[in-house]
Ligand binder design. Sequence first.
Ligand code: C2E
Ligand code: CA
Ligand code: CA
Length: 749
Amino acid sequence: MDVWCHLTAFGVVTTPHGAKALMLGDPTILLNQLRSTLGKMEVALGAIVDSIVWTDEDGRIQWSNTTFDRLVNRQRFEVLGTPLLDLLCLEQQSQPLTPEEHPVNRVLHERLNVTGIYEFQQAETRQVLEIYATCIQFKGQGTNAVLAIRDLTERDRLDAELKQSKQKLSLHVQQTPLAVIEWNLDFEVVDWNPAAEKIFGYAQSEVVGCHALELIVPHAAREQVKQVWVELLAQRGGMRSTNANQTKDGRTIFCEWYNTPLIDQNGNLIGIASLAQDVTERKWAEEQLLHSAIHDALTHLPNRTLFMDRLEHAMQRAKRSTGDLFAVLFIDLDRFKLINDSLGHLVGDQLLVAIARRLEACLKLGDTVARLGGDEFAVLLEDISDLSGATQIAERIKQALTLPFNLNGYEVFTTASIGIALYTRSYVQPENLLRDADIALYRAKAVGKACYEVFNLSMHAHAVERLQLETDLRRAIDRQEFQVRYQPIVALATGAIVGFEALVRWHHPQRGLVAPTEFIAVAEETGLIVPLGHWVLQEACQQVANWQVRFPFCQPLTISVNISGRQFSQTDLMTQVSQILQTTQLAPGSLKLEITETVLMENSEPAIAMLLALKTLNIQLYMDDFGTGYSSLSYLHRFPIDVLKIDRSFITTIDTNSKNSAIVQTIITLAHNLGMQVIAEGVETAVQHTQLNQMGCEYGQGYLFSKPVSAAVITTLLTQQYHCRARQLSPHPQHQRQLSKAGKVLPGN
Ligand code: C2E
Ligand code: CA
Ligand code: CA
């Protein structure tokens, strides 16, 4: 067989040893050897991916490897002897080849080596084949064609896929909102997508081949960025960062970068690929959020959180160094509520903003002014040499706030009280320093506002004492430690008792009798005044109702009860009063409620509504302490008030100070013009009595007539009066003495 000859010619005879065997050996052994070699060759040729096919001079297949058999999808016996043209119908650019064009014929007829790419359609599948065909001619034999056929279908598919995914990738790169930038190892731009153009403002043509880092990285950060990139290349890892960048039109933007080294298939570094996203808006929003978390929305000043943070830092610095001194100023506006209520919240807000700006102007760089809430501000003064450094600033702030504010066409005046606490090493917690500034502020308010006070330890003791008072006060209500005293109110012309003012007393188990001036303010601040006031009202109404029943001749006996600001702003005050009147069976006409001028002025609109409501119950209303608050005679007509009580401070000097006496006269006249009656408080001398009587003042109350006394003393007095009336006699001297032990004898009666 030809192949054998061929193999013999190629293989066996070429080996010297084999040649010896060929010539000398047994032909059967030789044949077996050849068969074995041929078998191996068959297997080997069948294992290669290319098809090999051998035809005779007529183009009939003489031999093929199994790869070819698989290609044409035939068994070996179907292949051998079949014309190759029948099994391998080829096309080029989808046009079937004519027999002459078929590579096997070209090789056999034209004796050419043919190389080409062909398509091979078989059933449903279409394959791309690269065919190398050559002719072989052995001596004395016809021409044979040998075709080596490589199936390119898979390669083409992969190529096509690769091409497609490259196209897709490039489309993504073109369309992505992320800047996709490629840099070479000199940090020059190699590629720059449309998003990069959009984000940074430079066209691709402007930057490719340039050191674009110098265009988009702010000058100060360039060296650092280069350094980071050098490290990135060294480590061959990706890296994320958020940086400030600059655009072509000079804007500063913030970009989030993801940079990764580019490595070719041989493992060599070739550059850096960067993805960048403009996160300016997000960063801005984050900054806004952070800002609003630590700043006050109205004034934009730092808020309490930031203030405490700075205070803590100041403390830490001061602890490390020896000389650093700093102080905290706690500032509270005096009567801000009045401005807010009278001119509205808008003006109130404008005032707070204007105050914030003035406070800032009083400070040096590095100091902090914060709004703690409402009308409370705090200042952290750093680097002061001594206390005077703080008091000078407090003085400056005080001065700055006294200038009027022009808000919405209103000229608004305000003052502030300031508490100062100076840092000492004994402070551990920043809160304590602020607390002490607050204690000092409390003192500043107590001594008359519009001033500053420096914290000292006695203030702390006082604050602790006050806290104790508060605790005791809470218990006192449950333990029934309160009593009501009654101070007669007298008709000045006749000296007859027309009623009493109920004044509360506290019998403290350790401290003895505590004056209301000491605890009413605390009760008011803590809200304890509500249950306490309710108890006083109940107790006093019950007492007077009892007296009225027991001493019918002494009618009309009335009772005045003090109503605090806190009580007055309770929405159910009406209900409480009605219930008490009902349970005590006291006629509403016998009850007078005393409300201070300040309470009425501070909430004028709701106050008027409440006064009108109380009037519907037929209760009389007294304006207490008149002259100590705003003394706004012009506002007086707005309030449905029956009686004005002129404050003791005017009465005390009425006999020695002509100016005061003129004021008192004006008040009395005005009150009468408005249909009100007048009670003078704190009448202590007969001269005052006479003078007030001459001025037309109807009633008086004071030590001249009686101090506030217990119900028992009043009962004795009323018993005495009752018997006098009953017998139409003047009071027995013994009874007069009883009353004089508690206070003064009632004159002229
Ligand atoms: P107020 O309502 O102005 O009561 C009059 C105060 O002047 C009483 O003081 C009384 O004892 C005192 N006083 C009366 N005549 C004279 C006088 O001739 N000379 C002097 N030096 N003082 C005189 P008190 O009882 O210490 O009460 C002080 C304040 O405490 C009261 O002033 C009132 O504002 C408040 N208060 C007393 N009891 C109550 C109460 O039950 N509820 C409320 N909310 N406040 C009360
Ligand atoms: Ca009173
Ligand atoms: Ca009073």
